[in-house]
Structures are given as C-alpha cells and as structure tokens.
Write a new protein. Sequence first.
Length: 204
Amino acid sequence: MKILIVYYSMYGHTLQMAKAVAEGASQIPQAEVMLRRVQEFPEVDKIIDQNEFASQVREQQKDIPVCTVDDLREADAVIFGSPTRYGNMCAQMKQLIDSTTQLWLNGEMEGKPAGVFTSTASTHGGQETTLLTMMVPLLHLGMVIVGVPYSTPGMIHTEARGGTPYGATTIAGGKGELQPKSEDLEISKVLGRRVAEVAAKVRS
C-alpha cells in the first residue's frame, strides 16, 4: 500500500511537517511511504540563488525525488503539503494538480484517501482557507478527504501554533524565523497515520 506525501517548501517548514506526516503514515505496518517534492519554477530558483537560507533548504531537499503524475497514479493515498500564498496553495503545488487532467478523465484518483497540511507566516495568515481550497480539486478528482479529529491531543488550544480539523498546520513567522512546535509535528504524524489507516480500510 503506497502512501504518497507530496509537498513544496522554500524555507523548510512544510518539509519538516512532511517528514512528520511520513513518520505517522509509516506507523501502519502495510504502508510503503513515498516522500516527494514539487518541481520548483526556474524563475523562483534564480531568486533562491540570492537567498542564503533558502539555498540551504533547497540543498536539504536535493535527494528527494520530484513528484510525477505516475507517482500520483500509483499511490493508494496522497497527502499534499503547501505553504500559504494569499490564503491559497502555492503556484508550484497548483501546477502539479493542474497536470492531473488524464488522471481525472480516467477516474484514476477516485476513492483514494487524501489529506492536506500547510504553513503560514502568522496566526491568521490563511491556514484554514488554504486547506479548504486545497481540498476542492481533490474532490473534483474523486478523492476521499481525511482530516484531524478534535480527539487528537493538542487540537484544542489558544496558543500561537497550528492545528485545525482540516489538516495539520504550523506558523512560520513573518521572516520564516519560527520552527514548527512539537505539538504541530505530532498533529502532522496523526494526519499521516489517519490517512494510511483509511487507505488500509479502503483496500480491504
């Protein structure tokens, strides 16, 4: 059973979450976890070349394969992670999803469990709108959305950190200076595990 985690990360926050999601999914014995990154735009690569920190994060990801349509086709479940861009997913992730026309026409994603996670600069930076709008094309593809229930430890809080029923989240800070809280990463693990559990039930 293949569980695909596909993400985009410029400053490393969604990368950390993706690894936590993968860890959670791997807790299900029959799960084969695949971690993939989204292809960067050439023009953004030029900007990253001028940013020392972003360049370091890019270097950290160089050995993670770029996600392909075949990866999506072969997966039994997919968990998508994107930073927020004005309350929506980043253009790089949208490009990947927009490339799935043949999968949609053939119904190849129908019935597959899916989850979403995101990172924002601020506490009200669009975490919920990003997750909800990420779900829209997945519903068009016929995927089954899996969220995070409030029975999950750490979900109910009033702290400046992440955690939504729509998916795992974290706060990066206006300059990317913050790191995901341990609670955010634990919720990310729960998301990964839940999607893998649902995938196992669907397969059975």
